[in-house]
Design a protein around this ligand. Structure first.
Ligand SMILES: NC(=O)c1ccc[n+]([C@@H]2O[C@H](COP(=O)([O-])OP(=O)(O)OC[C@H]3O[C@@H](n4cnc5c(N)ncnc54)[C@H](OP(=O)(O)O)[C@@H]3O)[C@@H](O)[C@H]2O)c1
Length: 210
């Protein structure tokens, strides 16, 4: 698939390398593509060009600016393109949520109703996103969104990153994105306890329940 990733940071690079290795056509979208000379083999273009290229878009920009950045591309250019949102809205010092009684995923979906949003992968660090098989077991990756087809495509792309279907848990509508995003604080606590950011959590149930 043609995957456009908005952002050129840790997450965008990790995901782009992962999907490129799986055979996808990736393109990173930057505010300053000419200045991004440190991306190795990953191609980079403007945000508008990246949206125009994409069959699927990924938001990997700071959560506090993502909606504004998507507005700069414009709703018509984004209409009909599934948007995988990995962003989390946190203050620069990581102590406050920028959308405390909502979520970035919900706000994007509200602002761009013709763009089906799927929230996923934001409950782990960028290393785990693309190498779940390096952990003792993958654990759980969550999907939130209102559009079944966008979720199906997201599930296939997660599989291509190494997430078995049994690790992918659909937790419901885009309103459940706030649970994923607000997990950020527990993530930081667990990271302190484990002594590493490279871990994941796993949902376990009674054997008969699943
Ligand atoms: N890092 C993780 O492990 C992790 C885990 C879970 C979720 N997340 C979430 O994923 C998103 C991306 O995280 P990241 O670690 O990749 O962030 P990052 O390294 O800071 O990269 C963010 C990218 O967004 C672009 N950008 C667009 N507007 C920006 C602005 N106003 N200020 C700064 N950058 C801007 C920049 O690319 P250009 O300069 O080229 O435009 C930048 O490279 C964030 O929402 C984060 O909370 C990250």
């Amino acid at each position: 698939m043609r995957i456009g990733l908005l952002g050129t940071g840790n997450v965008a690079r990790a995901l782009a390398h992962g999907w490129r290795a799986a055979g996808h056509d990736v393109l990173l979208g930057s505010r300053h593509p000419k200045e991004r000379t440190d991306l190795g083999p990953l191609p980079v273009a403007t945000l508008d060009e990246t949206a125009a290229h994409a069959e699927v878009l990924v938001n990997a920009t700071p959560g506090g600016v993502s909606v504004e950045l998507l507005h700069s591309i414009g709703a018509p250019a984004l209409a009909g393109i599934p948007l995988i949102d990995v962003g989390v809205g946190l203050s620069d010092d990581f102590t406050r949520l920028t959308h405390p009684n909502s979520s970035l995923g919900e706000l994007i979906q509200e602002a761009f109703p013709l763009t089906p949003v799927v929230k996923t992968l934001c409950t782990m660090d960028s290393t785990t996103m693309t190498a779940p098989g390096d952990l003792t077991e993958p654990g759980t990756v969550f999907l939130s969104g209102d559009d079944a087809e966008a979720k199906r495509i997201t599930g296939l792309l997660l599989t291509d990153l190494g997430w078995p279907a049994s690790s992918q848990l659909d937790i419901g509508s885009i309103t459940t994105a706030r649970g994923q995003e607000h997990f950020a604080f527990l993530f930081m606590g667990i990271a302190g306890g484990v002594g590493s950011h490279t871990f994941n959590i796993k949902v376990v149930t009674r054997p008969a329940a699943r």
